[in-house]
Design a protein around this ligand. Structure first.
Ligand code: HEC
Ligand code: HEC
Ligand code: HEC
Ligand code: HEC
Length: 210
């Protein structure tokens, strides 16, 4: 009897650690980020866009998906919920169109022609990669391939070659294909910047600006 209880407890412990390892966004289920009938923003987002945090380069508020992520991932002082808050000043740049001298970003990874959180992350629970990154970095130990995807001139030739030709870039954004991977070459030659830009729900944010 006691043995049975212990075994059941062990099973619960193992199960909960397994489900934790599956990914931090699993606990949000879908409706932590998407609100079916009472949404606050585009992509029927459950969390209102962050209108407090400002980009250090443009001095303006963020827009699009970046502002949605920052609804949770900024500290309260910067308009977020303090969940793993991202620093606004000592951070890798996002929220601006990429300077082609600094990076070569595959078009399909841009949103509204800008570098966005989802240029580097795909936040859906189907993404098996460390920190929901677009590529498998082997738990962060092979980050150079990920960086070389957009900064190939900085990496060792063998690394940038691999990043351009065989590295798999994860995307959950095409239901006709399912969760899938493409190479950087395939993403770069894609005719459009991916489904998000043309999705009706995103229309206000993604309207072509001139
Ligand atoms: C952490 C927040 C988060 C969670 C959790 C989440 N989503 Fe999303 N979802 C997003 C974001 C952000 C986008 C826009 C992504 C982009 O532009 O690449 C999106 C986009 C979508 C879209 C629109 C795709 C399109 O082509 O316009 C669908 C459908 C969707 N999510 C379904 C789901 C379902 C189903 C779940 C649960 C299994 C889920 N999401 C969980 C953040 C989330
Ligand atoms: C509804 C709030 C919410 C939104 C919106 C949200 N997240 Fe999260 N995110 C969470 C929570 C909760 C965690 C887990 C925090 C923890 O473990 O302490 C998390 C964790 C993460 C992690 C760390 C994963 C890990 O392996 O530890 C990443 C990366 C991340 N989020 C990226 C994003 C990106 C990119 C977006 C926008 C596309 C986003 N999140 C939108 C709530 C959110
Ligand atoms: C240039 C690519 C890039 C962009 C853009 C980017 N991230 Fe990340 N992010 C990363 C990498 C790489 C890591 C993992 C760092 C590590 O664990 O070594 C990470 C980690 C995280 C984490 C986990 C932090 C922790 O302490 O565990 C969160 C949350 C997160 N990012 C959210 C975001 C949000 C929200 C945005 C947009 C506002 C964003 N990221 C934009 C590359 C990026
Ligand atoms: C999805 C594309 C992408 C990925 C992946 C990426 N970067 Fe960048 N990076 C950019 C863009 C775009 C800029 C320039 C933004 C601008 O100024 O226009 C940039 C700028 C930088 C800068 C200059 C920052 C400054 O303030 O001048 C550094 C350093 C950098 N990235 C390092 C990295 C490292 C290290 C990694 C991997 C952990 C990485 N990047 C991954 C797109 C990317």
């Amino acid at each position: 009897m006691i043995r049975k209880i212990l075994m059941a407890a062990a099973a619960v412990l193992t199960f909960s650690s397994v489900s934790f390892a599956a990914g931090a966004h699993d606990g949000l289920v879908c409706t932590g980020c998407h609100d079916i009938h009472y949404a606050k923003d585009s992509f029927i987002f459950a969390v209102a866009a962050n209108k407090v945090a400002t980009s250090p380069s443009t001095k303006k508020n963020y827009s699009g998906v970046t502002a949605l992520c920052l609804g949770c991932h900024a500290d309260a002082e910067h308009g977020g919920m303090g969940i793993k808050p991202i620093s606004q000043h000592t951070t890798h740049p996002f929220g601006t169109p990429p300077n082609p001298k600094v990076a070569r970003v595959p078009r399909a990874l841009l949103r509204d022609s800008k570098m966005d959180c989802v240029s580097c992350h795909d936040p859906h629970p189907s993404n098996p990669n460390y920190r929901y990154l677009r590529t498998d970095t082997k738990g962060g130990s092979e980050m150079q391939y990920f960086c070389a995807m957009c900064h190939p001139a900085k990496a060792d030739a063998s690394v940038s070659n691999q990043a351009m030709k065989t590295l798999k870039v994860f995307t959950s954004m095409d239901e006709s294909k399912g969760p899938t991977t493409s190479t950087v070459g395939e993403l770069t030659s894609a005719p459009d910047a991916g489904p998000a830009e043309t999705a009706p729900a995103a229309a206000p944010a993604a309207a072509p600006k001139k």
